[in-house]
Design a protein around this ligand. Structure first.
Ligand SMILES: Cc1ncc(COP(=O)(O)O)c(C=O)c1O
Length: 491
């Protein structure tokens, strides 16, 4: 048979060619996952480096897979920051695990659209079952119903739409926000993720209506300040409608006090949405159940398996105790989407903005089965343990200062040499340069934030392939870079 290098006739890639390149790509992926450390974690590309290498016009004739794959290796890979690298400690460290990657592959091969039960019964039912497994693992009551969206940002957007749907006297679905029912006000801590404010912008509530409630010394929302803000708004004619509490804030991973916040929400009849995008999976551990204490009183919760549950991006899980409200807000069924089983099955398109939906449940199901609850617990527990060990090191090293408590696997700290201890500007400059040097090493990638206006380094542990030696090396690089910076400054 002729060795085809392009599409067969007018059809797709031939089965033989697919098999050959498929094997080649799986081999490449296996090598990549096994030898990731030969790549710098952070891409060294400069702006425009890739664009300069690519043709400005599209290919007129098909090209061979070997040519395409050669460009993938030679042009694309240098511009990749390796999020799957065991020394990726930036933002929140994530994992595309083996079973997750294979799940993604099968998902694209099936290419089903999980919009209706009928359009792929197994896709809907696997989503229902897998999310119920995860709910049990998290220790949430069975009154929580789950759905998969792409990201936490979109999950929170859905929470806000559902919360808005519940405001008495408003008909946002029919009339939009015509201003007649009073202006809605939303509450979050000053440390909530920007996705909450973005959701407020998107649903038409507006940034002016977002109240950023003060937090305590451990960066947790102050429930008393929350209640005062609500009372003040009510007196001024605003209509409080929703509170977003965070379990694992983005900068410090602080945990807002859910039981107290839930009590305020009950008192004022507000929708409580819990953003547990990062830290939710910690609640799988028996000793960490406390993090979701009070979440049983929330109306909705988001957690992201694509953050700390070894799931390739994207997969965000939204649990809701009032799916009827979500359905009321979103269901709109034209004739061509009606089926003869609509009364007896879940049609996930009724619970969100999207019609078309990827079969994301497949990869999560494969991950939960492959590692099992105990395997997941052990991995998360080890990562939390390492973070506690690093916290102890930071507390004992006079050159460094820990900037926030470490309830999970993320550390906030800064270098604070004695000679600069009283000079905030110099400390900011020094820590900025320290971060650059560590990241330029290619052996570790950290990020930063600002806490109480102080430049703070963040080291987040979460990749399944991270070993203790990667952390030891990161500490060594940090110390070495700090020693160099001190020497250059003559301090
Ligand atoms: C607490 C929290 N919420 C929400 C998000 C947004 O997540 P996503 O990228 O899935 O929208 C993040 C991202 O880091 C986060 O830390």
């Amino acid at each position: 048979m002729k060795d085809k290098t392009g599409p067969s006739d007018l059809g797709d890639m031939s089965t033989e060619e697919f098999r050959r390149h498929g094997h080649e790509i799986i081999d490449w992926i296996a090598d990549y996952l096994g030898e990731m450390e030969r790549f710098p974690v952070l891409s060294r590309n400069q702006p425009g480096d890739l664009k300069r290498e690519l043709p400005r016009t599209p290919p007129l004739d098909g090209e061979s897979m070997p040519a395409i794959l050669a460009d993938f290796r030679d042009l694309i890979i240098p511009g990749i920051t390796h999020w799957n690298h065991p020394a990726f400690f930036s933002y929140f460290s994530i994992t595309g695990s083996g079973p997750g990657i294979l799940g993604e592959l099968l998902c694209s091969a099936l290419n089903v659209n999980a919009m209706l039960w009928k359009t792929s019964p197994a896709a809907t039912e696997l989503e229902e079952v897998t999310l119920d497994w995860l709910r049990q693992m998290l220790g949430l009551p069975d009154s929580f119903w789950g759905i998969i969206y792409d990201t936490a940002s979109v999950s929170t957007l859905h929470a806000l739409v559902a919360a808005r749907e519940c405001v008495a006297g408003l008909s946002p679905r029919q009339k939009g926000l015509d201003g007649k029912g009073g202006r809605l006000a939303l509450y979050q801590s000053e440390h909530a993720h920007s996705s909450v404010e973005k959701a407020a912008i998107t649903v038409g509530i507006g940034q002016e209506a977002v109240r950023k409630i003060a937090s305590d010394a451990a960066f947790r929302m102050d429930p008393k300040a929350l209640e005062s803000a609500i009372q003040k708004d009510i007196s001024a004619g605003w209509r409080p409608f929703c509170v977003v509490a965070t379990v694992g804030t983005t900068s410090t991973t602080s945990v807002d006090p859910l039981p107290e916040i839930a009590a305020v929400c009950r008192k004022y009849h507000l929708w409580l949405h819990v953003d547990a995008a990062y830290a939710g999976p910690a609640a799988i551990l028996p000793e960490m159940k406390w993090v979701l204490e009070g979440a049983d009183q929330a109306d909705s919760i988001v957690t992201n398996p694509h953050k700390w549950l070894f799931t390739p991006i994207d997969l965000s899980v939204f649990y809701c105790q009032r799916p009827d409200v979500l359905r009321r807000a979103f269901s709109l069924v034209p004739e061509y989407l009606k089926t003869n089983v609509d009364d007896t099955v879940t049609n996930y398109m009724d619970y969100g903005i999207q019609l078309g939906r990827r079969f994301r449940a497949l990869k999560l199901w494969m991950i939960l089965r492959y590692f099992g609850q105990k395997g997941i617990e052990a991995r998360i527990r080890r990562q939390i343990g390492w973070a506690q060990e690093l916290a102890e090191w930071l507390d004992s090293d006079p050159e460094f200062e820990r900037m926030a408590p470490t309830p999970f696997s993320t550390l906030c700290f800064r270098a604070k040499p004695k000679a600069l201890a009283a000079d905030e500007k110099a400390l900011e400059q020094l820590n900025g340069e320290l971060l650059e040097r560590v990241n330029d090493s290619g052996e570790a990638f950290l990020s930063h934030t600002k806490l109480n206006d102080r430049f703070t380094l963040r080291l987040a542990i979460g990749n399944i392939k991270t070993e203790r030696r990667h952390l030891d090396r990161a500490v060594e690089i940090l110390r070495q870079a700090l020693a160099e910076l001190k020497e250059e400054r003559g301090i």
